[in-house]
Design a protein around this ligand. Structure first.
Ligand SMILES: Nc1ncnc2c1ncn2[C@@H]1O[C@H](COP(=O)(O)OP(=O)(O)OP(=O)(O)O)[C@@H](O)[C@H]1O
Ligand SMILES: [Mg+2]
Length: 429
């Protein structure tokens, strides 16, 4: 039996799946440690295992990936934010235990697990997807880059066992979800702030639009920027963590005093690059930097972090602080492991100054969308903010200032896109 199409939101940080049957949307619940979850962590843990004298690469994704990583006995590799590689033409493959693997294959492992788990819960085959994509993929500079990224994502879906995939812009999907709460037609602005991208749609939706049938001109425009939660995290790492790991310190080379190489810290700031630091050449380079460093203990701490695969612990510490800063005026940051110990208090105001450039880019993107569509802020009836990074107060303030607090709506932060994709799948039949 061929089941209906499901909505699949493969996110940079979290993924979700929903199905619409008889007008009702059901969000797939995935088994997780200590319960169930609607948002499945888009991460992959790889480990080399020996079976009958042969070694092979085993992989786990989502909560199981985290579980295996935390209880690992051998060295493994935890990769996060894989979606952020899709537009990169310089990183098509990566070496996994001596074998070159395409990024699409790695993403397919996550999508494949999602598909199988959805089949189990929905009790029917899942092979057709209406899938989300950002308006602009992380790192995409041209439309050709976006097409390239979309083609790779399509390939990943195919490898994961989906035999039909149709893409929809993530914010348009969120608009379809939001539409179901409307009593009359409205021109709405959707802002979807995820881990990798911030995406916007300016679109007319509502019961009348649905009745008369959608028209191309209902969509006044889409816009997006490859800046969201991961970019905010990068600033926390830069300001609170990297200085303890030698960023900005110096080393003696011959008779010159030089700064330690900065590119290592740039990689440290990016979750999708972190597990790639553990390459032989990088480790050699770090060992020689340590030998020349004026503050070798800091470089030793960095080597320890990379060598012991502590990236996920660092990620968790950063998440905790960032989420707390969404609720409180200040938050503790604590990252302690062996050779390194970082404890600090971060104030929200300070965090907002660290991410001012990112927030300005987000603001510029919204302004460009309104301008391009020839729509004034006053003409927008409602603004719907969704995605995990919409919890960041300074992000919300951008929209309160432009449109007035009374026009702002929020909700279903982690599932609105998947639910909207499911509604879209049902509309198409
Ligand atoms: N309370 C919070 N305060 C600040 N940030 C948060 C909060 N909760 C979640 N986030 C951030 O939201 C992001 C994840 O959101 P979401 O699941 O919507 O993204 P995604 O769909 O995986 O990514 P994308 O849409 O970019 O592909 C992460 O960066 C996470 O740190
Ligand atoms: Mg998203």
């Amino acid at each position: 039996m061929r089941g209906g199409a499901v909505g699949v939101d493969f996110g940079t940080t979290n993924s979700s799946i929903a199905r619409c049957a008889n007008g009702a949307v059901e969000v797939v619940r995935f088994p997780a440690v200590g319960g169930e979850t609607e948002s499945y962590r888009s991460l992959l843990y790889l480990e080399q295992v020996r079976q009958q004298g042969k070694s092979r690469t085993a992989s786990w994704t989502g909560p199981e990936g985290i579980e295996h990583y935390l209880t690992r006995e051998a060295a493994g590799r935890l990769i996060q934010s894989l979606k952020s590689f899709l537009a990169s033409r310089t990183l098509e493959t990566t070496e996994v235990f001596g074998r070159r693997v395409k990024i699409e294959e790695l993403i397919a492992r996550i999508l494949g697990d999602l598909r199988e788990k959805a089949e189990r819960q929905l009790g029917e085959p899942v092979s057709r997807a209406v899938a989300g994509r950002p308006v602009r993929f992380v790192g995409a500079e041209t439309e050709a880059d976006n097409e390239y990224a979309e083609a790779r994502l399509r390939k990943a879906y195919r490898l994961a066992g989906f035999d039909s995939v149709e893409f929809e812009m993530e914010p348009v999907a969120a608009a379809h979800f939001y539409e179901s709460t409307l009593m009359r037609d409205e021109l709405i602005l959707i802002g979807d702030f995820g881990g990798g991208t911030s995406d916007f749609s300016l679109i007319r939706v509502g019961p009348e639009v649905r009745r008369r049938g959608r028209r191309a001109e209902d969509l006044a425009g889409n816009a997006g920027v490859g800046i969201a939660g991961d970019a905010f995290d990068a600033k926390i790492v830069r300001h609170l963590v990297s200085p303890h790991l030698g960023a900005g310190s110096a080393m003696r080379s011959m008779d010159k005093i030089l700064p330690v190489p900065t590119w290592v810290y740039a990689k440290l700031e990016r979750w999708h690059h972190l597990s790639f630091l553990k390459a032989r050449e990088t480790m050699h380079m770090l060992a020689s930097v340590k030998a020349q460093a004026l503050e070798p203990a800091k470089i030793a701490a960095l080597i320890h972090l990379v060598n012991e695969d502590l990236g996920y612990h660092l990620y968790q510490a950063v998440q905790k602080t960032k989420c707390e800063l969404s609720r409180e005026e200040q938050a503790r940051f604590r990252f302690v492991d062996g050779a390194m110990e970082v404890e600090a208090v971060a104030r929200r105001e300070e965090f907002e100054s660290w991410i001012a450039e990112e927030v300005a880019a987000i603001e510029g993107c919204v302004d460009g969308l309104l301008e391009g569509a020839g729509v004034r802020a006053a003409e927008v009836n409602m603004v719907f903010l969704t995605g995990g990074s919409s919890f960041v107060p300074v992000v919300r303030r951008v929209f309160e200032r432009r449109f007035g607090g009374e026009k702002i709506r929020t909700g279903s932060e982690f599932t609105s896109v998947a639910q909207g994709l499911a509604l879209k799948a049902a509309e198409k039949g």
